[in-house]
Design a protein around this ligand. Structure first.
Ligand code: PHE
Length: 378
């Protein structure tokens, strides 16, 4: 970059001062969001977006931030590879957003994070759990737990509650989330004396899992772990039951979507998965949130993505207030100092790795409904 001469600098300064004077005093604070509003994981993006939007609306109703209104600008990545990078570039260069919220799926957060980092625009993922997301740099945060914890919770659950000794592992090799969660589960399950009797692979979008499940059947296991997203999880469970495999099947937070039950039908009765929150948690915070969300979105009950989306916006707002500015480095420092922030998914404290440490929740499917089983503290 050429070094501007003092004269030119002066010119730049005066023109930006003039520009500032010409702007309305109360220019909105622009926050960018990228989400899978359409496409394969539209449920994730829609839920997360509704939670984020509700929080932004509430902040504005209460007078905004630093005397300014908040403007949420949302870009749809269509659940497609490559689109998250494009969306975040657009939000930063065209819209000049001061922070980025997103994504749910780890692979898509991983795509966007290096861009936010390079531009020094703080990014908060509401619900991506793969550890690598925040390792992308010191401008990248998340308000959820990470998969080394989730994998441990699931391995302990398999051993202690399901009494599983020989497990099967079905990993989606095209998803960073799935590969990571499989690894952390495997490590803990083996450390506790369990055996992974068979490992099989699939890819996002696959529809036929008979070959993998035939191998699982041949291996003779007492539980099947499927770290993946809800569409494949539902199909795998359905096909497993058709093949006469009646052992417990379980997964992680990627299973969380009404579509799991819609696609899986009777086959998903009795499955288990871990996640971040349940609308059944009887605290005033959770129950108040459920009521507000239902009132705003036609009776819909908020899931974990909605709760974390909501919390991501609130954590950002809290940091903006403490920073007293929306300037990137100052806002980054304020975010990094987030401590004991009370949200819907518990208390958020961002640790030195910019991750939150929070409890996990186990859910089962009973009579075609999601049912809260237990909370597991970190
Ligand atoms: N944790 C998942 C990922 O990292 C995304 C997810 C979060 C899905 C919450 C459902 C609920 O890809």
């Amino acid at each position: 970059m050429p070094i501007p001469s003092p004269l030119r600098l002066l010119g730049l300064l005066t023109s930006s001062l003039l520009l500032a004077a010409a702007l309305p005093a109360q220019e909105a604070i622009k926050v960018g969001e990228f989400a899978s509003l359409t496409g394969k994981e539209a449920v994730f993006g829609q839920s997360s977006h509704k939670g984020t939007l509700l929080a932004a609306e509430e902040i504005n109703a209460a007078g905004g931030l630093l005397g300014r209104k908040l403007e949420l600008i949302t870009e749809d990545n269509q659940s497609k590879q490559g689109e998250s990078a494009t969306a975040v570039k657009k939000l930063i260069s065209r819209d000049k957003v001061i922070a980025i919220l997103g994504e749910v799926a780890s692979s898509r957060s991983l795509e966007a994070a290096p861009i936010a980092q390079k531009e020094k625009v703080p990014m908060i993922s509401p619900s991506s759990t793969n550890p690598r997301v925040t390792e992308m740099g010191n401008y990248v945060f998340r308000v959820c737990f990470i998969d080394p914890f989730q994998g441990t919770v699931l391995a302990k659950f398999a051993k202690n509650t399901l009494k599983a000794k020989r497990a099967a592992l079905l990993t989606s090799v095209s998803s960073a989330y799935s590969v990571g969660l499989a690894k952390f589960f495997r490590e803990q399950f083996l450390a506790d004396g369990g055996v992974i009797a068979v490992e099989q692979k699939f890819s996002e979008g696959d529809k036929d899992f008979k070959a993998q499940l035939t191998a699982v059947r041949a291996a003779g296991v007492d539980a099947i772990f499927v770290p993946g997203y809800y569409t494949e999880a539902a199909l795998i469970t359905k096909q497993a039951r058709q093949l006469g495999l009646h052992v417990p099947i379980f997964g992680g937070d990627g299973w969380e979507a009404p579509a799991l039950i819609e696609l899986g039908g009777k086959a998903v009765e009795g499955v288990f998965y871990s996640t971040h929150y349940s609308p059944e948690i009887p605290t005033p915070e959770v129950q108040g949130f459920v009521q507000k969300f239902r009132a705003r979105f036609g009776g819909e009950t908020p899931d974990a993505m909605a709760a974390l989306g909501y919390d991501s916006m609130l954590v950002l707002a809290d940091a903006i207030r403490r920073a007293g500015t929306t300037n990137g480095p100052a806002l980054r420092d304020a975010l990094a100092a987030t401590k004991d922030f009370h949200g819907i998914t518990g208390k958020t404290t961002l640790n030195a790795q910019r991750n939150a440490e929070k409890a996990a929740v186990i859910i089962t499917v009973k009579d075609g409904q999601f049912k809260f089983v237990e909370t597991v503290e970190p």
